[in-house]
Ligand binder design. Sequence first.
Ligand code: CA
Length: 222
Amino acid sequence: MNIVIIEDESAIADTLIHVLEMDGFQAHWFNTAGAGVAHLKTKSADLLILDVGLPDGNGFELCKQIRGFSDIPIIFLTARADEIDRVVGLEIGADDYVTKPFSPRELLARVKLRLKSIRRQAQPECEQGQDELRVENFDYVRGNTALGLTALEFRLLDALLKSSPRVLSRQQLMDFSSMPSEEAYERNVDSHIKSIRIKLQKVALAECLKTKRGFGYYFEKE
Ligand code: CA
């Protein structure tokens, strides 16, 4: 799970990153509103922790802006009582808030609660069974839904499915997918996997593509 943090105080961000990573989350920190929004517009994320007072803007305005293109759960970090009133008003589309100074454990509990309630609402995301993924025209298809993979994504997913449930390292994924050498960087593998996961959401299989931290990726079949 990817958690984005937009917070200008590095000490607070460091604490957050630490507790989240200790619990197996991936944390991406941005210290300005602009950088955070740019990230959210292009990358997938599961939850946003958003500070109200930012050097280049106000968290409330930012929240409204984000709601224009994303329904990502947002937990506010607020410092002042008048800020809390506005968050509680929920006019701005936030899901929850934590007041500063906060205990990292409390924040972690809120994050988990928020993610759990989303998972309950969403349909199960690793539901295999009656409909299997099949290949059609260099794309994977489930039921009537094609994933719309690029050629490289197709080769990456193909390698993972054929190796399932074995973990493939990023290097193996680059080799098996014949990734062009000018693109063959580990971080590129990560971003392609991210994009494949988003496409797998269309067929409720996103949760089947797993990260093995420190090793690589694998596809879990039932
Ligand atoms: Ca601040």
